[in-house]
Ligand binder design. Sequence first.
Ligand code: HEM
Length: 366
Amino acid sequence: MTMMKRAVDWLDVRLGVRELWEENTSGYLVPRNINAWYSLGTVLLALFGLQFLTGILLLIHYVPDTEKAFGSVETIVNAVPYGWLIRNLHAVGSNLIVVVLLLHMLSVLFMGSYKRPRELTWLSGFILFNLGLGLCLTGYLLPWSQLSFWATTVATDAAGAVPVIGPKLVEFLRGAPSVGAPTLGRFFALHVVVLPGALMGLVGFHLFCVRRCGISVPPFGKDAKPARVGTVFDHEKHPGGIPFFPNYTAEEAAMVCFALAVLVAVTFFAPQIFIPLDALEPANPFVTPEHIKPEWYFLWAYQTLKIFPSKLIGLAAQGALMTFLALLPFIDRGEERRPAKRPLFVTCYVLGLLLLIGISIWGRYS
Ligand code: HEM
């Protein structure tokens, strides 16, 4: 103990670590009426942390070669001790991350916390959302199953609708006219190096923005405050709030445990929800499975490409929606954050959400 104290004393003299700890734990006050939705960011950090860990363990046995990839995943699941657990945690975890990303985004939208001065927090978050989806898309190909092969064929095919450069773009994405070894190579590089690296850097920036701006006050009850419009930087403090550590972190830990419980329950009892039959057959470029559907979170995009008379219009509609969402804090500039006082926003929010769910269900059963 005294050794530990002496080590901290030594560091304290040089770096002032006690002050730093105090400032960021019990001295860092968060709003008194903070709610469970604010813990989803931490849940994401925990889930991504686990994804990195299981991903590294999978890398020990996975072989990114079209002849060997499927077999190497089979070996992981059937022969490597606890390999099935690591593989299923990674596959189910990716789906849970998309769920939590959506909930984090939806709560930020509903509470108007994307508004000034948090535009950069929102923008970095929105890019993180896209990086997350990119990780799912590239990871899906790696087991080189029938599902991987055909889902990637359909997804990359969509880029062909872009005018003029479409066909070249498809070939660029695949590295060849059709999905094959060059596609596996580039998706592997993206999935294990490029996208995780970009994600880590951007998470750092996102957390910096959150900490620098200060946590927003939930826009409910008498504590509600409008978005601030001042022209000078002002860290939002919460005098009379609750300490971030240990009080709020204890609440966050409970949410993280809940998320892990869901993850473990699905991994143990129902992994087939996310690992369907076509995922258990090796890729065969000559046999197209009867019902090839993308993952649930891409169904809305898949179906919009089918609804419109031309794929180009569908692609343009998707691009317009994503651009609108990315730029939302610059478009919706009102100071009001209370949902009850933003009837137009809340109406569009609910209808938009129902529409996306409806289109996804339609895509699933069409
Ligand atoms: C890798 C993914 C992400 C991680 C690890 C992450 C992490 C966090 C954390 C820890 C917080 C602080 C507490 C909280 O409100 O939860 C936060 C806040 C925030 N996040 Fe994220 N986030 C991610 C993705 C996103 C996405 C996709 C969006 C929206 C498009 C977003 C927008 C925001 C905003 C606007 C805040 C400020 C909330 C406030 O002060 O009220 N984040 N994020």
